[in-house]
Design a protein around this ligand. Structure first.
Ligand SMILES: Cc1cc2nc3c(=O)[nH]c(=O)nc-3n(C[C@H](O)[C@H](O)[C@H](O)COP(=O)(O)O)c2cc1C
Length: 201
């Protein structure tokens, strides 16, 4: 069955995970389309982490996604985009990385930007919403917002890579984390470590 997914990227640390996840999704035959939204703070942080000065949406798509036609990008102020409505049949949404700011918006139903609105819609339609939150340490506000989001049906998926696979590169560690995200979306990851199945590296 073909599937459309929404991917949101925010201004938290973790650009490598966004790129690895998008590439993994595009290797999936089932994924017919990805709707990609960057929060206003996302690209400046990604620019630094991906070492591409002045990174913009067009450069991101060319450089990291080979301009794959299955990726549609939306501006965060496009509140009339199809994915702002529950009538659009998306198969779920992943926010990776998810900042504490966006977590706060999502957990309180604030939907004044497309990324937050798409997440709000995903929750109300009872579709899967994965929040790859990243911050450390966590305040009570962060923790309570995670509880609120969980109660509304989101899956808090901390951007918290495992060490038991003994990855020798950051790339492998990120792939292992991405495998877990794909598992939760019901998609078969083609890369990454599974305890007791994949031989140790
Ligand atoms: C280099 C850098 C790294 C950041 N990392 C994080 C982070 O890991 N988690 C977080 O919640 N905010 C982080 N921030 C702060 C967010 O970018 C900031 O709160 C922003 O308002 C989030 O907006 P957004 O949710 O619309 O993306 C970082 C900021 C910078 C400049």
């Amino acid at each position: 069955m073909s599937r459309e997914l929404i991917v949101g990227a925010t201004g938290a640390s973790g650009a490598a995970v966004t790129v690895t996840l998008l590439r993994a999704l595009l290797r999936q035959e089932q994924v017919s389309r990805i709707h990609l939204i960057f929060s206003d703070a996302a690209l400046p942080v990604m620019s630094q982490e991906l070492r591409v000065p002045g990174l913009d949406v067009a450069t991101f798509k060319t450089r990291f996604l080979e301009d794959d036609p299955r990726v549609t990008t939306w501006r965060n102020d496009q509140l009339a985009a199809p994915i702002a409505s529950g009538s659009y049949p998306s198969g779920g949404m992943i926010i990776v990385p998810c900042s504490m700011n966006t977590l706060a918006a999502v957990s309180h139903g604030i939907a004044d930007r497309l990324l937050a609105r798409a997440a709000d819609v995903t929750l109300k339609e009872r579709r899967p919403l994965l929040l790859a939150v990243r911050e450390t340490p966590l305040s009570l506000i962060h923790l309570e917002n995670m509880v609120r989001a969980t109660r509304s049906g989101a899956t808090i998926f901390p951007l918290c890579p495992a060490f038991y696979a003994q990855p020798d590169t950051i790339e492998k560690m990120v792939e292992d984390f991405t495998l877990r995200l794909l598992d939760h979306l019901g998609l078969a990851a083609d890369r990454g470590f599974r305890w007791g199945i994949t031989p140790h590296r």
